[in-house]
Every structure is written in C-alpha cells, then in structure tokens.
Design a protein around this ligand. Structure first.
Ligand code: GRG
Length: 314
C-alpha cells in the first residue's frame, strides 16, 4: 500500500487508523503549543498579573482542535503549515477568550474548564474579564504583525483578519452567545437552536477552514468545499458536545457534566432525543467528508478530524 506524507505525519492507504489519528493530533497539539508559547507575552512581562492569568487559561489544557483545523485546511489546499501557524494561534487565543468569558458568573457561571478551576475562580472576575480582552486583542496583534506573517501576501493577510473578525463578532460567535443568553429558561425550536449553535460554535470552526484556504490561495471550488466541511463539522461538534454534557463526567470532560440540564438550556438531545442526535451528528460528518473529495489524498487528515469530532469523549 502506498505511503505519503502530510508534513510530519505518515499515513498508509486512504484513511487514518485510530492510532495514526491519535498520533497526528498529539503531534499537531505540541506543534501548536510551541507556537502559542512564542506568540504570547511572557509570564513575567509587566503587568505580570494579566499575563499569568492569560497563560493559565491557554496552557491549562485544550485539544487545539481549531488551530489543527486551520493547518489541515491549508495543507488540503496545497499550502505549507508554517504559513498558517500565526493565524492558527490567533484563533486559539480567540477561542480561549470566549471560554473564559463564557465561564464568568454573568454568563454560564462555571467552576471548571479544561480539567482545572476556571480563570475567574483562580484570578478573580475582573482579571478574568481582562484576560479574555487581552487574548482577543493579542489575536489581532499577531494577525497584523511582522515578522510572524512575513511571507503572507498583504491582501491574503487582510482577508484572514476580515474572516476571523466576522467569525468572532456579533454576526458570528458573539451573536450566537447573545441568542444563547436570550433563550435561557425559554422554549427553543430546532431552527433557533440550530442558528444559535451555527453562530456560537460553528462560526469560528467554519472560519478556521476558510482561513486555512485563504492562506493556501485556494480557488473558489476549494473554498466552497472547505466552507461546507466547516459548517457540517461545526454543527456536528455542538451536537456531540450536547450529548457529552448528558453522558460525560467531570473527569472525562474537564468541566462539570449535566450543566445544560441544570441551567435548563435547550440542547439537541432534549429536542430530538439522544439517538436521533447521534444519527444527525454522523450524517453531518459524512456530508463533511463528502466535500473533501476535491482534495484527494491531501484531504485525508481533515477526513480523520471529522471522524474524531463524532468519536471524541471530551
Ligand atoms: C463569551 C463571546 C463569548 C462567546 C462564548 C464558544 C462559546 C461562546 C462558549 C463556550 C460554551 C460551550 C462550552 C460551547 C460548547 C462547544 C464548545 C465551544 C466547547 C469547547 O470547545 P473545545 O471542546 O474546548 O474545543 P478545548 O478546551 O478542547 O479547547
């Protein structure tokens, strides 16, 4: 069987075995973590209180799924992962800011995240708000800064900044969070719940794929395929998240399970039932994988990541 290389990972055949996928995700997580370390202010940089809080939330854990998706999309479209590393790190900064703010008493009021006490539990509410603000700002410092993005053509860089700002803002992730807040303790129908999650969780994941494509100078058909893949796995990710919240544990998830029920949040399993939700997540992932055909062998890692989205336990 023929072997080929996806920058650092060797795969056999036209799909990854579970062992190869584990190895690939771990290798990429380490690669991304090294970049996060380089692109963040040092823990001792003044004022050190904020940089400690930021670094705590970033390095306390996390799968790094979003940066890994950016890198995999770039490779699928024929680019080099080094071109996309700055944008990948910037998106992880934004994702982590959203988790810090989401955990605050004014929002979801959670005590655990990534297996450890939440940022506000350790550093206090004011510092947690500022740590989120600092991470969001650091993302755009990184995206716009030399020399990190030095060999990226200025037009592509601008498009990437636009894409990420749109995905994170009030018509993307923040908008989804607003609807989430508005519907607490209220009945939600399936179209509203789908809208909520396509924005709150899906927009940034879709953005990861599109940013990877832009940085690899993907053509319109490749961009369309990456977008479709991102939309499908973004929604599947949330459906699975809802199921895990029902079935998981604090040890497995790194956050308190059952919090959706306690907070009376509308979820896909509550609306559709757990089995139908599972079937839907699998359907979404299968549609996502169909859109990868255009990339041939280069799309194998994205295919494996789609499987990971439905198989994950945390
Ligand atoms: C506060 C502006 C603002 C937005 C918050 C994303 C979000 C919007 C809130 C998070 C709430 C939540 C737990 C949503 C479920 C899906 C999700 C984003 C889970 C966390 O992502 P993972 O599993 O986390 O990729 P790690 O820790 O692995 O990075």
């Amino acid at each position: 069987m023929k072997r080929f290389k996806v920058q650092g990972a060797r795969f056999k055949g036209n799909a990854l075995t579970p062992e190869e996928l584990r190895h690939y995700l771990e290798e990429r997580r380490v690669f991304v973590d090294e970049a996060l370390e380089r692109y963040l202010p040092g823990a001792g940089d003044p004022p050190k209180e904020i940089h400690e809080a930021v670094r705590y939330s970033i390095f306390v854990g996390g799968k790094r799924l979003r940066p890994i998706l950016v890198l995999a999309a770039t490779e699928a479209a024929g680019g080099q992962i080094e071109q996309a590393l700055g944008a990948a790190a910037a998106i992880e900064f934004i994702h982590t800011y959203s988790l810090i703010h989401d955990d605050l008493p004014a929002m979801d009021d959670d005590d655990f995240r990534r297996g450890r006490p939440t940022c506000h539990k350790v550093y206090g509410e004011a510092m947690a708000i500022l740590a989120g603000d600092a991470l969001l700002t650091q993302a755009f410092i990184l995206l716009s800064a030399e020399p990190v993005s030095v060999d990226i053509d200025p037009e592509a860089r601008l498009k990437v900044i636009q894409e990420i700002a749109q995905a994170a803002g009030s018509k993307g992730m923040v908008g989804g969070q607003v609807v989430d807040m508005l519907y607490e303790d209220r009945e939600v129908d399936l179209p509203t719940l789908t809208y909520l999650h396509e924005h709150k969780t899906g927009a940034l994941i879709r953005g990861c794929l599109r940013v990877g494509g832009i940085l690899a100078s993907a053509g319109p058909e490749q961009m369309e395929a990456l977008t479709r893949y991102g939309e499908r796995i973004g929604l599947a990710f949330q459906v699975v998240d809802d199921i895990l919240d029902l079935e998981g544990s604090l040890e497995a998830l790194g956050k308190q399970a059952g919090s959706d029920l306690r907070k009376k949040k509308a979820t896909f399993p509550a609306l559709l039932g757990i089995e139908e939700s599972r079937r839907w997540a699998h359907r979404l992932v299968s549609e996502a994988k169909q859109s990868l055909v255009i990339f041939g062998e280069r799309g194998i890692a994205l295919g494996a990541i789609a499987d990971f989205v439905v198989m994950r336990r945390r």
